[in-house]
Write a protein that binds this ligand. Structure first.
Ligand SMILES: *Cc1c(COP(=O)(O)O)cnc(C)c1O
Length: 495
């Protein structure tokens, strides 16, 4: 029998494997059929709609959707025949199969879960922080319902959407007021636009940060309408450098945490206390962009260099801002906290509406913060749990995982256990060491890039680290309940 060349059709159906195609035509060998004949033999749309599997799709979706998919498929078939790429008849069974593949691939969501075996905890490309179980539960409780987002249940009057979160944030941070916007970039922009448009903002040359994705302090500052007043040098900025430039037109001092880089060696950065004293002597606010939103002391786990938000608030920094989805471990958000007067004026900025977040973010953030309030952040928040997992525990997990894996490994494949480091990522803590235990994958006939690419194509996709010609798995970022899927994924990629 001959199998028609459906490769042209497969192009529009990503993910259909050649060996998964059934017998696509009848056993009758076609003899010298003309293109005209082939075109005439294409079944009608109505005929295809009657096929059992197709009518199931009509029930599950809608007639109009299935009809338009059939029409698109038949267009591809006709084009293939006219281009001479299809020289066999297309029977109903083949078309039914292709249509199903097509519909399934069209309905498959683009945004899907991924297994992160890289050991990079805050992987910006993988969506930064995965949410806690509590945050997931709060999302599903809220998502399909009306809510009291801006409604006071006691009085029936309108209230502010920050109402609940402000309570949690001020309690955790120990400050007067707080608000939430879309992300930390928006937080920095709004602060500058509200407090400093048309006036000068003093920033150390060592803190003119660029964060991945084109967030650059000088650019944001310029767009906000503020005027950048750089002081000091790249490696050394003294308190006197700040003092020298403060004048009538100074709106505020901005201190930025150099999240994703470190200046080492011959360096100086003034103490927070000295900067506060200077700012307040001149009656201007000190604003601190903390970047990551670290709310617990992570030094026991090797995160030695991240400023803790409560410390800045306690020291009296007038406004702090940080991300919700970096070390904090919540949804994407930008948190601004500090003096009530300043928060109130930011709330009155008409632009705040353009950075407003919706109920789902409030809900997930409130649940995430609840873990902090209960002192259960390290246990409940995935980013913190991953950071605080001791190397000994990772070693136990890797040993048990690799012994299960070895039993199923195909011929020519090998795995080895080695010590290594995980990475915090997300532009946090570039110098931090998180000792981990890695699994090195080797295959006789596949290089590490090939292994990585085969794993990326699995469902769900598995992302691993390729380093110095080794394909590496770091279980630190793999949830224990993903291990079984990871294991079968590795076995099939190494086959
Ligand atoms: C990450 C970061 C930002 C941007 O935060 P997003 O939440 O990604 O918008 C701004 N400033 C600093 C110092 C950062 O580390």
């Amino acid at each position: 029998m001959t199998v028609p060349d459906f490769s042209i059709l497969r192009q529009s159906v990503p993910g259909v494997k050649i060996d998964s195609l059934p017998r696509l035509c009848s056993n009758e060998p076609m003899s010298e059929t003309s293109q005209e004949d082939l075109l005439r033999q294409i079944p009608a749309v109505d005929h295809l709609l009657q096929l059992p599997r197709v009518s199931q799709w009509v029930e599950r979706t809608s007639r109009s959707f299935v009809v338009s998919e059939i029409q698109a498929l038949l267009r591809d078939v006709r084009d293939a025949i006219r281009a001479g790429r299809l020289s066999d008849a297309t029977d109903s069974a083949s078309l039914e199969f292709l249509l199903e593949q097509r519909i399934e691939s069209r309905l498959r969501p683009g945004l899907v879960p991924v297994i992160n075996a890289t050991g990079v905890i805050l992987h910006t490309n993988l969506g930064r922080a995965p949410l806690s179980v509590a945050a997931q539960q709060s999302l599903s409780a809220i998502a399909g319902q009306f809510t009291n987002l801006e409604y006071d249940n006691e009085t029936g009057a309108r209230s502010h959407r920050d109402q609940f979160l402000e309570k949690s944030l001020t309690e955790i941070l120990g400050c007067e007021a707080a608000t939430v916007v879309n992300n930390n970039a928006a937080a920095v922009f709004l602060i500058l636009n509200t407090l400093a448009a048309g006036r000068e903002v003093v920033v150390s040359r060592g803190e003119l940060v660029e964060i991945g994705g084109a967030f650059r302090i000088p650019d944001i500052l310029a767009r906000s309408g503020a005027l950048l007043r750089e002081v000091g040098t790249t490696n050394k900025t003294r308190i006197e450098d700040y003092a020298e430039v403060i004048g009538q037109n100074t709106a505020l001092i901005l201190r930025v945490h150099p999240s994703n880089y470190r200046i080492l060696g011959f360096t100086h950065r003034p103490d927070l206390g000295d900067m506060l004293e200077l700012a307040h002597r001149h009656q201007i606010p000190l604003v601190e962009d903390l970047g990551s939103g670290c709310l617990v002391d992570l030094t026991p786990y090797g995160i030695t260099d991240e400023p803790i938000a409560q410390k800045s608030a306690a020291a009296g920094v007038d406004l702090i801002c940080f991300s919700g989805d970096k070390l904090l471990g919540g949804p994407q958000a930008g948190i601004i906290a500090g003096a009530r007067k300043l928060i109130d004026s930011i709330r009155k900025n008409p632009l705040i509406r353009t950075y407003r977040v919706e109920k789902l973010i409030y809900s997930a953030l409130e649940a995430t913060l609840a873990s902090y309030r209960q002192g259960r952040a390290l246990e409940e928040i995935p980013t913190l749990r991953m950071i605080s997992t001791p190397q000994a525990e990772l070693r136990r997990r890797v040993r048990s995982f690799s012994s299960r894996l070895r039993k199923k490994l195909p011929e020519g494949a090998r795995v080895q256990i080695t010590d290594g480091n995980s990475v915090v990522g997300g532009g946090s803590c570039p110098e931090c060491n998180l000792p981990t235990v890695l699994l090195t994958l080797e295959s006789q006939n596949k290089g590490p890039q090939v292994i990585a690419s085969l794993l990326r194509r699995q469902k769900p996709p598995i992302v691993l680290r390729v380093e110095e010609d080794h394909a590496l798995v770091d279980l630190r970022t793999v949830f224990p309940d993903q291990e079984a899927i990871l294991l079968s994924g590795l076995v099939s990629a190494l086959r």
